[in-house]
Ligand binder design. Structure first.
Ligand SMILES: O=C(O)CCC(=O)C(=O)O
Ligand SMILES: [Fe+2]
Length: 131
C-alpha cells in the first residue's frame, strides 16, 4: 500500500499513537512500507528479522480477523539470540503488536481445522532524528 494513502486512514492514526510511545528525545519514527500478509494451512512462513540491529526500525503488526479460535494456531513467535522462544502472540481481532524489527520472528500458518485465511497487516517504521 502507498504510504501517502495509508497515512490518511484511521488505522494509521491508531498505529502512529502506539509507535509514538517508543520515541525518545530527538528521535521519532517514519513509516516507509506497508503490506498485507496472508497465510493458510500448509503455508511455510520463514523465521526472519525486519531490519539490522543498528537500524532500530519498528514493525507494527495488525491481526485482521473477525474471530480467531485458539485451536487455529497462527501465532507470531519471537526468538532470543539462542533461537529459544521468548514470546508468542496469538491472533486476535483488532490486536496490534509493535516490536523491534531486529528481533527474530516468524508468523505461523494456521492449523488444519482453520478454514479461514490468516491476514496480518504490517507497517514498517524507520527511526529518524527529529527537531
Ligand atoms: O504475520 C506475521 O505474524 C508476521 C509478519 C511479518 O513478520 C512481517 O510482515 O514482516
Ligand atoms: Fe517480519
Amino acid at each position: 500500500m502507498k504510504i501517502e494513502a495509508l497515512v490518511r486512514q484511521p488505522i494509521f492514526e491508531v498505529t502512529r499513537r502506539a509507535v509514538m510511545g517508543f520515541s525518545s528525545p530527538g528521535h521519532g519514527y517514519r513509516p516507509y512500507r506497508a503490506y498485507t500478509n496472508v497465510a493458510s494451512y500448509g503455508d511455510m512462513l520463514f523465521t526472519h528479522t525486519d531490519c539490522l540491529p543498528e537500524q532500530r526500525d519498528l514493525t507494527a503488526l495488525w491481526y485482521l480477523c473477525d474471530r480467531w479460535d485458539v485451536e487455529w494456531g497462527g501465532e507470531t513467535v519471537f526468538y532470543d539470540a539462542n533461537d529459544e522462544l521468548m514470546c508468542a502472540v496469538r491472533p486476535r481481532p483488532g490486536r496490534l503488536v509493535v516490536f523491534d524489527g531486529a528481533i527474530k520472528h516468524a508468523g505461523r500458518a494456521p492449523n488444519r481445522i482453520c478454514y479461514t485465511p490468516r491476514y496480518t497487516f504490517a507497517i514498517k517504521f524507520e527511526r529518524v532524528a527529529i527537531g
